[in-house]
Design a binder for this molecule. Sequence first.
Ligand SMILES: [Zn+2]
Length: 437
Amino acid sequence: MGIGREVSKIISQTKSSVTQSGRIRSNDQISERLCISPLENELILLIRKHGNLTKADLVEHTDYSRTKITQCIDSLVAKNIIKSNGSSDFTGGRRSRTYSFNGELGFVAGIDIGATSIDVVLSDFSRNVISRKSISAIVRDGPQSILTKVSDILFQIFRENNLNPEKLTGIGIGVPGPVDFSLGTVLSPPIMPGWDRFPIISTMQKSFPLANIVVDNDVNLMALGEVTHGAAKDVNNIIFLKIGTGIGAGIISFGKIYRGSNGCAGDVGHICADKNGPICSCGNAGCLEAVAAGPAIAERGRNAAISGNSPILNKYLENNGGFLRAEDVGDAAREGDPTAIEIIRSSGELIGDVLASLVNFYNPDMIIIGGGVSNIGNLLLSSIRQGVLNRSLPLATRDLQIVFSAIGPQAGIIGAVSLAIEHMFTVECNNALTILR
Ligand SMILES: [Zn+2]
């Protein structure tokens, strides 16, 4: 029996026990996943990250013996999770078989729900993108409207590519709000009215009853996207900082998303950067996002324009009909406007100061800066670097890299696909089953 049918059969036997709340971690759901050993899991992660690998490559990456690698590879091939691809290029020795994910495991969808847009990608397990679609949609319209649109787009993709939607075995969904990961719901999301505790998973399962569905915060998924296919492919511990209307961080620890006890790890936008600063949306004074995110940069730019301190910013303000964005301040800085340069520099240094504390605490390999405000460019990045280097311990910054996202706006959707694939597997440890996350 092919693995697709095998998976579908297992899922159809257990899917009726999904609760209305969308609870997905109950033990009766474990049989929905494919059971693998910890070493098999390690090999799967490597093959997902690097594509085609030989047994020799796997020995080199893991330090396990060739015999052990061979046992695991044989087991994964028998489970139809990976497949043998014949011989690799001739490299001077004998030709070796390479191994990759079995593309016939089914399809995986990555969904990135933003404040004003929905991005959907359909891919197979071999990382081949089948289709990608983006539409404008206002998340404030509420979950029924948005999730109906998501399902419609997915069905359209299946129709256009003559594929069977029942082959959709995994869906990863990123949302712009705090997520209770164990329940797959958002909790008191500031920019998502109507979504509080809404059963996203069970609602989507009405359209795709055979799919394993997982929901996470968008910044966590951007961080995961960077470690699986972006700037952090070769490192294990990162902080991904998204700077946009707000500021938030995704934390990756040893290649995995670190969510904390309640799922809100990484909410760094509300760390106090200036206790005499403006009041934040959370009610406290001087939170990092209140003093350094996009709206704060735009507000300082607007004040400089109106007060006559910056003729260039005033020109942008007039051209935009009295409206100024953070990107305009960035453009004015690139034109050499000293006021705009100072606004960007001080915003970057405030962000760098907070990051320095995080670096001292967490000692990451890499900090990746993403989000709309990162488009401001190198002046912001160099100011952030300066802030971090000024205040971090030398040992913590010795090998630290601070870079922009390598995959930009794609990071969230790539992370959503990666999480959906991870979620397909359970790892067997010491006779107990532990859900892989
Ligand atoms: Zn705050």
